[in-house]
Design a protein around this ligand. Structure first.
Ligand code: CMX
Length: 137
């Protein structure tokens, strides 16, 4: 049901400042940026094999990533698991008493559907489920 690490989200204060690290020093392929207003972030993707690294820069100082940066500073923010059945994966998490942070899948970056789980129910790890919209019925 969960079939790969789709991406790892990394909170940063400035995507521009981190281009030298991810594109030039690590040599990862830059796959572009996107703005996800609903989540209060600008994101940048870098390919790493079949997975991606997603840099998350807050759009203002009120959203979840801004709060994370205030509390912990820059670093790993979440792990996103790819699925071909986000509704089934959501139902499975609910059966296992894992709270979901939205009543339905939301629009994420690059035309994907996303759902977050509450990190207090998943051992302190913020997990995201993600499915490509074209694979969603
Ligand atoms: N990883 C692990 N634990 C986390 C966390 C993270 N990224 N962010 C918060 N927490 C923990 C906190 O440490 C806190 O624990 P304690 O109560 O022990 O201190 C608890 O969760 C609540 O955190 P908070 O700072 O009090 O509350 P928030 O209002 O920030 O809510 C959360 C936390 C997870 C519910 C909220 O960040 C959220 O809804 N996240 C989902 C959406 C999101 O993260 N969007 C940004 C990325 C979008 C994208 O990738 O497109």
């Amino acid at each position: 049901m969960l079939n790969k690490i789709d991406h790892i989200g990394i909170a940063v204060r400035s995507i521009d400042e981190k281009m030298g690290l991810y594109r030039d020093a690590l040599g990862l392929e830059f796959e572009g940026t996107d703005v996800v207003e609903e989540q209060g972030v600008k994101v940048a993707f870098f390919r790493l094999g079949e997975s991606m690294l997603e840099l998350l820069e807050p759009l203002d100082d009120t959203g979840p990533v801004a709060r994370f940066l205030d509390k912990y500073g820059e670093g790993i923010h979440h792990i996103a698991a790819g699925t071909d059945d986000i509704e089934g994966a959501r139902a499975r998490m609910t059966e296992h008493q894992i709270r979901l942070l939205s009543d339905e899948p939301l629009d994420g970056a690059h035309g994907k559907l996303i759902t977050f789980m509450h990190p207090k129910d998943t051992g302190g790890v913020l997990f995201e489920l993600t499915q490509r919209k074209e694979d969603h019925e």
